[in-house]
Write a protein that binds this ligand. Structure first.
Ligand code: AMP
Length: 249
């Protein structure tokens, strides 16, 4: 596996692989089995697997956890099976004077977009930059962040990017909690409690005992509320940690 921090250097290497099928798995690191399942899927469907690890500052709100987000880079590097690991610094991605952003303006205005204004604009911007740098044939995202994956699909369609987006199933802990890098923030008691998010989806009832952000049943393509919608999604704070989960029914 080659570790690359420089964008021009990665672009040069990618040029050499123009005849190969390239996949991209964008992550923020603190890797767990959810990320690894995406990387394995990428391996199966391509010749060259590129994984990015970049904690993207512009997708965090001012009061969110950008500074304390876990960054166990050396451990991540050992866990990974990729051909290329792209791990740029913030200055490499957003040099002084950076001023161009991409925003999807329909699917972003609901669910997580309401409590995290600007979040999906930050996500779309970084993902489009990664797509332009790596020029993958196929990119992998997790269903755990369903709204994000749908917005990326929309961006790819709207901006005519020649990239296939694959959405992979949510990987869960044995008790059902969706794996997430943010689960590391949970105390033992909170970790026990966190399973009520998934339970609420299975029971189709709002979770009790946590600070709820939303619990919605929506159309899985438009994210508009519908009584017979097939996406059931929940977000809430377990202690100070904001977690999301969803199921397709
Ligand atoms: P993150 O590092 O949290 O930005 O996640 C990177 C990618 O991994 C995103 O496409 C996530 O949706 C995906 N992902 C995160 N957690 C899981 C999980 N438990 N199961 C499947 N995919 C996941």
């Amino acid at each position: 596996m080659i570790l690359i921090k420089s964008i021009p250097r990665l672009q040069k290497i990618i040029q050499k692989y123009s005849h190969k099928r390239i996949s991209l798995v964008p992550t923020m690191g603190a890797l767990h089995e959810g990320h690894l399942s995406l990387i394995r899927a990428a391996r199966k469907k391509s010749d060259i697997v590129v994984v990015s690890i970049f904690v993207n500052p512009i997708q965090f709100g001012p009061k969110e956890d950008y500074k304390r987000y876990p960054r166990p880079f050396n451990k991540d590097k050992k866990l990974l099976d990729a051909d290329i690991l792209f791990h740029p610094d913030v200055k490499e991605m957003y040099p002084d004077g950076y001023s161009t952003y991409v925003s999807e303006e329909r699917l972003s205005n609901t669910m997580c977009g309401l409590s995290r204004p600007g979040h999906f604009k930050g996500v779309c911007t970084v993902v489009l930059k990664l797509f332009n740098i790596v020029q993958p044939d196929i990119a992998f995202f997790g269903q755990k962040d369903y709204q994000q994956a749908l917005i990326i699909k929309r961006m790819v369609r709207d901006l005519n990017l020649p990239i296939k987006i694959e959405i992979m199933p949510t990987v869960r802990e044995p008790d059902g909690l969706a794996m997430s890098s943010r689960n590391k923030y949970l105390s033992q008691a909170e970790r026990k409690k966190a399973v009520i998010l998934y339970q609420s989806l299975l029971e189709r009832k709002k979770p009790r005992g946590i600070k709820l952000d939303y619990f919605v049943r929506v159309d899985k393509d438009t994210l508009r509320p519908r009584k017979d919608g097939r996406l059931l999604a929940v977000a809430g704070w377990v202690g100070k940690t904001r977690l999301v989960d969803n199921v397709i029914i």
